[in-house]
Design a protein around this ligand. Structure first.
Ligand code: F6P
Length: 388
């Protein structure tokens, strides 16, 4: 992987670079937002299909768009040899961030403080100078909103939906979700044995932001007794009833899976404001501890332990399903580029890998619908309580 880092003469460098390869078309690949198992498989799918097509160059922008926004530009040439076997690996070879970006780039001021700067015009100038024809942006809803802003500036862009949360409504699944579910399920499996041995109540807090998909899937797969999701406000008294029924029936332990975005009857989420400049997202976390306290205040005397699974859900190798979906997404993204279908996002609508407009893609989130979800029904029918 050949890395280009230039400081002073970057504009000059771009012209030289662009001229040297003036015949080939160029696609810039960006991974944005939180990392997600399968990102490398998408990159590999893009690079391999570009080489299959011929006459295309793939350039990776390091650390999302920031690689082209920094004074010391960081981009890499991506060839077949650079992506060999990377579909097996977690993370992203071109790095990512959920801070900064073309419209909110953090810049240190002479007095040492930091201020966000709109560097979108500089970004456009640089991609023009580089001779970039199209950008493929692999990211979640936040990243695809940036894609729309760039498309509004006349930049050709194709999105690929990424998130472990599965909270994008215009695709059946995002890659990374099944891996997160597998990791969360393995955690439930392990907690069942320790909860049972110690006759304890275990609360497992899982990710998902405002969507309960990871919690719902892993609670069913792991056989938890209680599943708390953001879409159903929980009443701690109902959870106490479920816990006590488990002990009365002789089972003597109870496993609760709670989504980080869960809300009690007050409708409030648990988290803290982001401290880093350019990061727009509330840092969710702590609802498991909050629930423990509520249960104790309601008189639960059994030992309660809380486990926050955290970023383990995003790390490591993707499961086979995600490798396949991510590879198919990469190949489809390059097809859209080739067919000049810009301002679009790849989408999976079983059994097709298809696409939607970017505007449609971010219109509404994908949440669990407690009324119509067949999985909520499945869970209820096997005795899982949602605390409602
Ligand atoms: O959106 C993916 C996700 O992992 C969420 O499930 C979680 O709330 C968030 O990202 C954590 O992000 P950060 O990288 O800021 O810790």
């Amino acid at each position: 992987m050949q890395k280009y880092i230039k400081s002073c003469l970057i504009e000059q460098f771009y012209v030289t670079f662009a001229k040297k390869n003036s015949m080939a078309k160029k696609v810039l690949v960006v991974t944005g937002g939180g990392d997600c198992p399968g990102l490398n498989a998408v990159i590999r799918g893009i690079v391999k299909s570009a080489e299959y097509e011929g006459d295309w160059e793939v350039i990776g922008c390091i650390e999302s768009y920031n690689g082209l926004l920094k004074d010391d530009v960081e981009i890499v040439d991506l060839k077949d040899k650079d992506v060999a076997g990377i579909h097996v690996n977690g993370g992203t070879i071109i790095k990512t961030t959920n801070k900064g970006g073309p419209f909110h780039f953090p810049v240190q001021q002479p007095d040492g403080s930091w201020k966000e700067e709109d560097r979108s015009e500089l970004f456009k100038k640089r991609i023009d100078n580089l001779g970039i024809d199209v950008i493929i942006s692999i990211g979640g809803d936040g990243s695809q909103r940036i894609s729309i802003q760039l498309a509004d500036m006349g930049i050709n862009i194709v999105g690929v939906p990424k998130t472990i949360d599965n909270d994008l409504s215009s695709t059946d699944f995002t890659f990374g979700f099944q891996t997160a579910v597998q990791i969360a399920t393995e955690a439930v499996d392990k907690l069942v044995t320790t909860a049972s041995s110690h006759s304890r109540v275990f609360i497992l807090e899982v990710m998902g932001r405002d969507a309960g998909w990871i919690a719902l899937h892993s609670a069913i797969a792991g056989g938890a007794e209680v599943c708390i999701i953001p879409e159903i406000e929980y009443d701690p008294k109902k959870i106490v009833e479920k816990i006590e029924s488990r002990y009365k029936s002789g089972r003597g332990f109870c496993n609760i899976v709670i989504a980080e975005g869960a809300k009690g009857l007050d409708g409030k989420i648990t988290g803290v404001k982001p401290t880093a400049l350019g990061d727009p997202n509330i840092k969710l976390g702590g609802v498991g501890d909050k629930l423990k306290l509520e249960l104790e205040q309601l008189g639960v005397k059994h030992d309660i332990r809380v486990m926050v699974l955290g970023h383990l859900q995003r790390g490591g190798t993707p499961v086979a399903y995600d490798r396949i979906l991510a590879t198919a997404f990469g190949v489809k993204a390059f097809e859209l580029v080739k067919d000049q279908k810009y301002r679009t996002m790849v989408s999976y609508r079983h059994p097709e890998i298809t696409y939607v407009s970017l505007d449609e893609a971010v219109k509404r989130p994908n949440n669990v619908d407690p009324e119509t979800s067949s999985l909520v029904n499945t869970a209820k029918k096997i005795g899982i309580s949602f605390g409602d």
